[in-house]
Design a protein around this ligand. Sequence first.
Ligand SMILES: Cc1cc2nc3c(=O)[nH]c(=O)nc-3n(C[C@H](O)[C@H](O)[C@H](O)COP(=O)(O)O)c2cc1C
Length: 194
Amino acid sequence: MELMELLMTRRTYRRFDQKKISLDIIDEILLAARMASSAANKQPLSYVVIQNEEKVDAVFSHTKWAGYLPPEEGQPKKEEQPVLFIAVVQNLDINRDCDTDAGLAISNMTLAAWNHGVGSCIIGACNKPVLSEMFGLTENQKLHTVIAFGYPTHASYIADVEDKADAEAIKYYMDENRDYVVPKRNLSDVVKYL
Ligand SMILES: Cc1cc2nc3c(=O)[nH]c(=O)nc-3n(C[C@H](O)[C@H](O)[C@H](O)COP(=O)(O)O)c2cc1C
């Protein structure tokens, strides 16, 4: 995909086909993470890959989806679950202040996946103590997020934020086809030219 098309169409997906993601694509997603910039080139991040069905189920049970929607609408059903999770781990003995590094790596991963038609959802709302134990993390390893991947079974598209004074106007919602609509603030509201 051309770069701007990739950036414009990569959205968050929350319902997936149960088709597996090939190892070649998973390797490319991880390579994309490895290529991300990091402060002082310290490379403090590491990754836990969860692709075994039972383990994916176990991780899924500790994740929360689509906080703006009632769980019965936003939480994927069993047959809609992702087929892969990649956990992003911050190694604090290398750099304690690496949230930007994590964001850049996550962005690379979700774009590399989408380049192959693989959708993703970044999950911050997860039970980090339980998952950290499941992943065997040490005291100096902080779980940043888990990223869910799979082939999407719904569309997701952007809309303009209509009323910038309305704090609710940025909330994503589902349309009549259960596709996600994601309001984005207008450039004129977020850019100032000096
Ligand atoms: C740091 C971060 C944490 C997120 N955590 C969650 C989450 O726990 N559950 C969820 O369903 N979506 C989560 N999301 C996805 C956002 O809701 C989504 O990116 C946002 O609504 C914009 O949609 P878009 O990615 O399609 O542009 C998270 C995104 C980011 C960047």
